[in-house]
Design a protein around this ligand. Structure first.
Ligand SMILES: [Zn+2]
Ligand SMILES: [Zn+2]
Length: 184
Protein backbone atom coordinates (compact mmCIF):
# COMPACT_ATOMS: atom_id res chain seq x y z
CA UNK A 1 0.00 0.00 0.00
CA UNK A 2 1.26 3.39 -0.92
CA UNK A 3 1.89 5.74 1.94
CA UNK A 4 0.42 9.17 1.54
CA UNK A 5 2.91 11.85 2.19
CA UNK A 6 1.78 14.25 4.84
CA UNK A 7 3.57 17.58 4.95
CA UNK A 8 4.65 18.67 8.42
CA UNK A 9 1.88 21.24 8.67
CA UNK A 10 -0.77 18.63 8.09
CA UNK A 11 -2.06 16.78 11.04
CA UNK A 12 -4.02 13.57 10.86
CA UNK A 13 -6.72 12.95 13.40
CA UNK A 14 -5.79 9.84 15.37
CA UNK A 15 -9.35 8.56 15.20
CA UNK A 16 -10.90 9.31 11.82
CA UNK A 17 -7.40 9.59 10.30
CA UNK A 18 -8.59 12.34 8.10
CA UNK A 19 -5.86 14.90 7.48
CA UNK A 20 -6.89 18.32 8.72
CA UNK A 21 -4.75 21.30 7.91
CA UNK A 22 -5.92 23.91 10.29
CA UNK A 23 -5.02 24.16 13.95
CA UNK A 24 -8.62 25.24 14.52
CA UNK A 25 -9.74 21.72 13.61
CA UNK A 26 -8.24 20.57 16.90
CA UNK A 27 -8.73 21.59 20.50
CA UNK A 28 -5.73 23.02 22.31
CA UNK A 29 -3.85 20.56 24.45
CA UNK A 30 -0.94 21.92 26.44
CA UNK A 31 0.35 18.42 27.22
CA UNK A 32 0.81 17.35 23.62
CA UNK A 33 3.93 18.04 21.56
CA UNK A 34 2.24 20.27 18.98
CA UNK A 35 -0.09 21.72 21.65
CA UNK A 36 -3.08 20.27 19.81
CA UNK A 37 -5.24 17.33 20.73
CA UNK A 38 -4.62 14.13 18.80
CA UNK A 39 -8.26 13.76 17.76
CA UNK A 40 -10.12 16.33 15.70
CA UNK A 41 -12.98 18.39 17.16
CA UNK A 42 -15.81 16.42 15.49
CA UNK A 43 -14.33 13.12 16.70
CA UNK A 44 -14.07 14.40 20.28
CA UNK A 45 -17.61 15.74 20.09
CA UNK A 46 -18.85 12.39 18.85
CA UNK A 47 -17.16 10.35 21.55
CA UNK A 48 -18.40 12.76 24.22
CA UNK A 49 -21.94 12.32 22.95
CA UNK A 50 -21.55 8.53 23.07
CA UNK A 51 -20.14 8.73 26.59
CA UNK A 52 -23.07 10.89 27.72
CA UNK A 53 -25.56 8.43 26.24
CA UNK A 54 -23.93 5.55 28.14
CA UNK A 55 -23.62 7.52 31.38
CA UNK A 56 -26.98 9.23 31.77
CA UNK A 57 -26.85 8.93 35.57
CA UNK A 58 -23.44 10.55 35.81
CA UNK A 59 -24.58 13.32 33.48
CA UNK A 60 -27.67 13.93 35.59
CA UNK A 61 -25.68 14.04 38.82
CA UNK A 62 -23.05 16.39 37.44
CA UNK A 63 -25.79 18.67 36.09
CA UNK A 64 -27.43 18.67 39.52
CA UNK A 65 -24.12 19.54 41.14
CA UNK A 66 -23.47 22.30 38.62
CA UNK A 67 -26.88 23.83 39.36
CA UNK A 68 -25.77 24.30 42.98
CA UNK A 69 -22.74 26.37 41.95
CA UNK A 70 -23.05 30.19 41.71
CA UNK A 71 -22.92 29.98 37.90
CA UNK A 72 -25.47 27.21 37.80
CA UNK A 73 -27.84 29.11 40.06
CA UNK A 74 -27.63 32.22 37.89
CA UNK A 75 -28.23 30.12 34.78
CA UNK A 76 -31.30 28.57 36.40
CA UNK A 77 -32.69 32.02 37.27
CA UNK A 78 -32.22 33.33 33.74
CA UNK A 79 -33.64 30.31 31.98
CA UNK A 80 -36.63 30.22 34.30
CA UNK A 81 -37.30 33.95 33.68
CA UNK A 82 -37.10 33.33 29.95
CA UNK A 83 -39.35 30.31 30.16
CA UNK A 84 -41.98 32.13 32.22
CA UNK A 85 -41.96 35.05 29.80
CA UNK A 86 -42.18 32.80 26.77
CA UNK A 87 -45.10 30.83 28.16
CA UNK A 88 -47.20 33.74 29.24
CA UNK A 89 -46.81 36.36 26.57
CA UNK A 90 -47.50 36.44 22.89
CA UNK A 91 -45.03 39.22 22.28
CA UNK A 92 -42.06 37.30 23.63
CA UNK A 93 -39.32 38.56 21.41
CA UNK A 94 -36.28 38.80 23.60
CA UNK A 95 -34.31 36.21 25.44
CA UNK A 96 -32.63 37.74 28.48
CA UNK A 97 -28.91 37.04 28.36
CA UNK A 98 -26.44 36.24 31.09
CA UNK A 99 -24.61 39.53 30.36
CA UNK A 100 -27.80 41.57 30.60
CA UNK A 101 -28.64 40.05 33.96
CA UNK A 102 -25.08 40.69 35.17
CA UNK A 103 -25.34 44.32 33.99
CA UNK A 104 -28.69 44.69 35.73
CA UNK A 105 -27.20 43.54 39.02
CA UNK A 106 -24.39 46.08 38.64
CA UNK A 107 -26.87 48.87 37.87
CA UNK A 108 -28.75 48.04 41.07
CA UNK A 109 -25.51 47.63 43.07
CA UNK A 110 -26.45 44.02 43.89
CA UNK A 111 -29.37 45.31 45.95
CA UNK A 112 -33.07 44.67 45.70
CA UNK A 113 -34.57 47.35 43.42
CA UNK A 114 -37.56 47.67 45.74
CA UNK A 115 -36.11 47.64 49.26
CA UNK A 116 -32.35 48.04 48.63
CA UNK A 117 -31.47 45.11 50.83
CA UNK A 118 -28.47 42.99 49.95
CA UNK A 119 -29.94 39.51 49.76
CA UNK A 120 -30.41 36.68 47.26
CA UNK A 121 -31.72 38.41 44.14
CA UNK A 122 -34.42 37.12 41.87
CA UNK A 123 -35.19 38.26 38.34
CA UNK A 124 -38.21 40.56 38.41
CA UNK A 125 -40.31 41.81 35.50
CA UNK A 126 -41.49 45.28 36.58
CA UNK A 127 -44.42 45.20 34.18
CA UNK A 128 -45.54 41.72 35.17
CA UNK A 129 -45.62 38.94 32.61
CA UNK A 130 -49.30 38.51 33.42
CA UNK A 131 -49.84 41.88 31.72
CA UNK A 132 -49.57 40.31 28.29
CA UNK A 133 -50.12 43.53 26.37
CA UNK A 134 -47.41 45.66 27.94
CA UNK A 135 -44.85 43.33 29.45
CA UNK A 136 -41.45 42.66 28.00
CA UNK A 137 -38.61 40.29 28.62
CA UNK A 138 -36.16 42.96 27.45
CA UNK A 139 -33.61 44.42 29.83
CA UNK A 140 -35.53 47.67 30.44
CA UNK A 141 -38.26 45.70 32.21
CA UNK A 142 -35.89 43.54 34.27
CA UNK A 143 -34.83 44.50 37.78
CA UNK A 144 -33.38 42.79 40.82
CA UNK A 145 -35.75 41.81 43.62
CA UNK A 146 -35.54 39.98 46.90
CA UNK A 147 -37.91 37.08 47.45
CA UNK A 148 -40.12 39.07 49.78
CA UNK A 149 -40.54 42.10 47.46
CA UNK A 150 -40.96 39.85 44.43
CA UNK A 151 -43.79 37.88 45.98
CA UNK A 152 -45.27 41.03 47.57
CA UNK A 153 -45.49 42.80 44.26
CA UNK A 154 -46.46 39.69 42.30
CA UNK A 155 -48.52 40.93 39.33
CA UNK A 156 -49.47 44.30 40.79
CA UNK A 157 -48.74 47.54 38.93
CA UNK A 158 -45.78 49.47 40.26
CA UNK A 159 -46.72 52.74 42.06
CA UNK A 160 -50.41 52.23 41.35
CA UNK A 161 -51.26 49.02 43.20
CA UNK A 162 -48.02 48.50 44.99
CA UNK A 163 -45.39 50.86 46.42
CA UNK A 164 -41.93 49.53 47.21
CA UNK A 165 -40.51 50.07 50.70
CA UNK A 166 -37.27 51.73 49.68
CA UNK A 167 -36.99 52.15 45.88
CA UNK A 168 -33.52 52.12 44.36
CA UNK A 169 -32.55 55.32 42.44
CA UNK A 170 -32.17 53.23 39.28
CA UNK A 171 -35.77 52.06 39.63
CA UNK A 172 -36.92 55.68 40.00
CA UNK A 173 -34.93 56.59 36.92
CA UNK A 174 -36.39 53.77 34.84
CA UNK A 175 -39.93 53.90 36.15
CA UNK A 176 -40.52 57.40 37.53
CA UNK A 177 -43.73 57.64 39.51
CA UNK A 178 -46.27 60.07 38.05
CA UNK A 179 -48.11 62.77 40.02
CA UNK A 180 -51.24 60.68 40.29
CA UNK A 181 -49.39 57.88 41.97
CA UNK A 182 -49.53 57.47 45.68
CA UNK A 183 -45.76 57.55 45.92
CA UNK A 184 -44.24 60.87 47.01
ZN1 LIG B 1 -11.30 12.90 13.57
ZN1 LIG C 1 -36.70 43.68 48.44
Amino acid sequence: MEETYIPFFMKRCSKCEFPKYRATDYHKDAKSKDKLSSRCKPCIKESKAIWRKDNLDKVRISKQQWRQTPNGREYKKISSANRRARHSTDNFCHKLTKTEWAETKVEFNDLCAYCQREVFLEIEHVIPISDKERTSNAKWNIVTACKSCNSGKHDKTLWVDWVPKNPHPELLRRFPPTKDNKFV
